[in-house]
Design a protein around this ligand. Structure first.
Ligand code: ADP
Ligand code: MG
Length: 697
């Protein structure tokens, strides 16, 4: 192996060589590296430590204070095992430095003995206790090779590894790689960005992230690498957005006549927020660039009329519109709601879902193709190739995060650069809206329609259930109605049905013998569900027991109590959605969370629910509890895996990277400038299987 560049070999190709070129990695060991996702030398250099061992804080054994934690380094002086009076196996490894000795002690782990040998150098970190002598109880330990002992005072990387390779060995190979190859890493960023943001050079950052000189340089190295990762992501967003901005779209005409006509169909006064959003959308639609807007609004904030405004504006201009929702119930619900609004208009509507009767569907498709239908509402069945429009001008998508970017594009392609309006009831934390939806303009509906009283939420532990049931009796006596929701038994539909039926029966016989209870479960056909819901709306039931997630569908102003059984099994977003089913009338409403959470996280979820009704706050906390990967399937959004960035902690860097990325792309929309070539290359690599999402020419 050599550190000098052979003639005619670029740094690129050197870094793309197999890890087998590294000393200590033969064909056999390279299999282990493959498993870690390390194929090339570049992969190796970009395989970052998961944490660091702080040897700068090594203390003398004589400084050990009972009850505090300490890190020491010394030699193994002796090894002893014994059985305690209460028959525990005790392993003691005596370690000494030049100031004293301490016993590292483990209980009932006899197998550990093979790890230690008298004379070994050893690092220990643990809590100081005392027996007949000083002890460290079950400390962290590491056998330190002789050549590393001299490195006292250093920060040692710890890598995420499998058991087939030791930290020491991996570190040695990494040292080799860093030593010989970091100089081949070419700088990604233009000079001005480096200077402006005071970033470390890339090769320096790579060196420091593996073998930091100080904690301060380590921090700067992390900042640099996080910046790179987020910059590439935001460049992709910026390219996508500038690609859209370059398209020629439709200039809809929305004059006073059209406006008045639409407003005539809306039976209430719009909120200020609705007015503001309608204005933003109107501007987008009038503009000849395609609209690409995300409308965020909490459950019940009144998104539907905003969408209807856009739909009617498009139709008034002689175009067709389509409205896609993630489930059949949701599409049916939208269809019915919109039909009601439009009953005095001439708009021709069509519902299209997976269960639309096939013979009927053929006719419908024909009518959509020849323009006899103005508005098509449906599920992802709308994406199918058989669905062709005569003149599609507007695409509305509800609950965007359930679909993802690719589906959005597919639907969009059915028209000629139609306007796109995306709606979501799950408020998206700002960090995510800047990444997942970074290519969209964002509008937020942050005002509830008037006349709502905030819902009171209580957590009901097991011993308070009786009181809660009494309270429910009282609410019903006052004329209210109650939802009781059980978690869906996902594993088995049959089981789900059984649990719903048994629970409803139990409630009827044991708790509410005099009340009328309706039952809604996942096995019902949608006509059946509709019937039950209608009956509930018309007060033929006092209580509706349900295992179906009532995310949507029911708008029953008279329902004042939402009971969620086993609330600990629901995610925050779901709990918030469910709670959104009540509080729709003027009466005080109550959400009762039954449950005995076992984990801290579950307890935290319930606590948050009782503290706030603000969907955005809940979303932020949900995101913090679960992390971005879990929050939404990040994959389907075309978001590459983030290796080093933490979207929450690194939010300030994200903002900077975003602003720089949009700056770069506005100056150089195709990344053709010489100074942007490395960035361009990196974007291509990062998004290699999703290039259709980016307009990079
Ligand atoms: P979202 O889709 O945002 O959850 P909806 O559009 O379904 O909310 O609206 C929730 C309820 O509020 C509906 O019953 C709707 O008729 C009503 N609503 C919407 N906007 C207003 C308003 N400005 N004034 C009074 N009621 C409204
Ligand atoms: Mg809605």
């Amino acid at each position: 192996m050599t550190a000098t560049k052979p003639a005619n070999t670029t740094s690129q190709s050197i870094l793309n060589q197999s890890v087998q070129y590294l000393k200590g990695v033969g064909p056999k060991r390279s299999e282990i590296f493959e498993k870690l996702g390390i194929h090339t030398i570049r992969d190796m250099l970009y395989y970052f430590p998961r944490e660091y061992k702080d040897l700068t804080k090594i203390q003398k054994i004589s400084e050990a204070k009972i009850g505090t934690e300490i890190s020491v380094q010394g030699k193994v002086l002796g090894i002893n095992t014994r059985i305690s009076r209460n028959r525990k196996h005790i392993l003691e490894v005596f370690v000494g430095d030049e100031t004293g000795a301490v016993a590292a002690t483990w209980f009932n782990q006899p197998f550990l003995i093979s790890k230690f040998h008298v004379g070994d150098n050893i690092y220990l970190h643990g809590k100081v206790g005392v027996y007949k002598y000083l002890q460290l109880l079950s400390p962290e330990y590491e056998i330190v090779p002789d050549e590393e002992v001299k490195k006292e005072g250093s920060i040692v990387p710890i890598y995420p590894l499998t058991e087939h390779i030791s930290q020491t060995h991996f570190r040695k190979i990494m040292k080799e790689a860093v030593h010989h190859f970091t100089d081949h890493i070419e700088e990604l960023l233009p000079q001005e960005i480096l200077v402006k943001n005071q970033l470390l050079l890339l090769n320096r950052a790579i060196r420091e992230i593996h073998f930091p000189e100080t904690f301060d340089t380590l921090k700067r190295a992390k900042t640099r690498l996080v910046y790179d990762e987020l910059l590439i992501l935001e460049i992709a967003m910026a390219l996508r957005r500038s690609g859209i901005k370059e398209e020629m779209g439709i200039s809809f005409k929305v004059g006073p006549n059209v406006d008045a006509h639409i407003r005539n169909l809306i039976p209430f006064t719009l909120t200020n927020a609705q007015e503001r959003l309608i204005n933003e959308i109107k501007k987008d639609m009038q503009n000849n660039k395609p609209m690409n807007r995300l409308l965020q609004g909490d459950v019940g904030s009144g998104k539907t009329v905003v969408a209807i405004y856009a739909i009617l504006a498009a139709i008034a201009n002689g175009y067709q519109a389509t409205f896609m929702a993630p489930t059949e119930i949701l599409s049916e619900q939208h269809f019915q709601t919109i039909q009601k609004y439009l009953q005095h208009s001439h708009v021709r509507m069509q519902l299209l879902t997976g269960s639309t009767n096939s013979k009927y569907k053929k006719d419908a498709l024909e009518q959509i193709r020849n323009g006899q239908i103005d508005l098509v509402i449906g599920t992802h069945a709308l994406i199918e190739e058989t669905v062709q429009f005569k003149k599609l001008g507007l695409v509305v998508i509800d609950e965007q995060h359930k679909f993802g970017v690719i589906q959005r594009l597919k639907l969009k392609e059915k028209g000629y650069c139609p306007d796109v309006l995306i709606m979501t009831a799950t408020p998206i934390p700002r960090t995510l809206s800047l990444t997942l939806f970074g290519d969209l303009d964002i509008s937020i509906l942050d005002e509830m329609p008037p006349g709502r009283t905030p819902i009171k939420t209580f957590w009901i532990p097991k011993d308070k259930e009786k009181e809660a049931y009494n309270f429910i009796h009282g609410e019903i006596a006052k004329g209210g109605q109650v939802f009781i929701v059980y978690p869906l038994v996902e594993e088995s539909k049959a089981l789900d049905l059984k649990s719903a039926v048994t629970e409803a029966r139990k409630l009827q016989s044991d708790v509410f013998p005099t009340l009328k209870i309706g039952l809604l479960h996942g096995q019902m056909k949608s006509a059946e569900k509709d019937k039950i819901m209608t009956n509930f709306k018309e007060k033929r039931y006092d209580i509706l027991v349900s295992t179906v997630i009532l995310e949507v569908g029911i708008d029953v102003p008279n329902a004042t109590v939402m009971v969620i059984e086993h609330a600990e099994r629901f995610g925050l977003a779901q709990l918030h959605q469910l709670r959104g089913r009540i509080g729709r009338g003027s009466e005080q409403s109550y959400c009762l969370l039954f449950g005995n959470p076992k984990t801290n996280e579950a307890r935290e979820r319930l606590r948050i629910m009782t503290k706030t009704c603000d969907g955005f706050k809940i979303a932020e906390m949900d995101f913090k509890l679960r992390g971005p990967g879990e929050f939404f399937g990040t994959r389907q959004h075309g978001l590459p895996e983030l290796r080093i960035s933490d979207l929450i902690k690194d939010f300030p860097i994200l903002k900077q990277a975003r602003s720089d990325a949009f700056g770069i792309v506005s100056k150089d929309p195709r990344l053709t400038l010489e100074t942007h070539q490395k960035i361009r290359q990196k974007v291509m690599e990062t998004f290699k299987d999703k290039l259709e999402l980016i307009s990079i020419g």
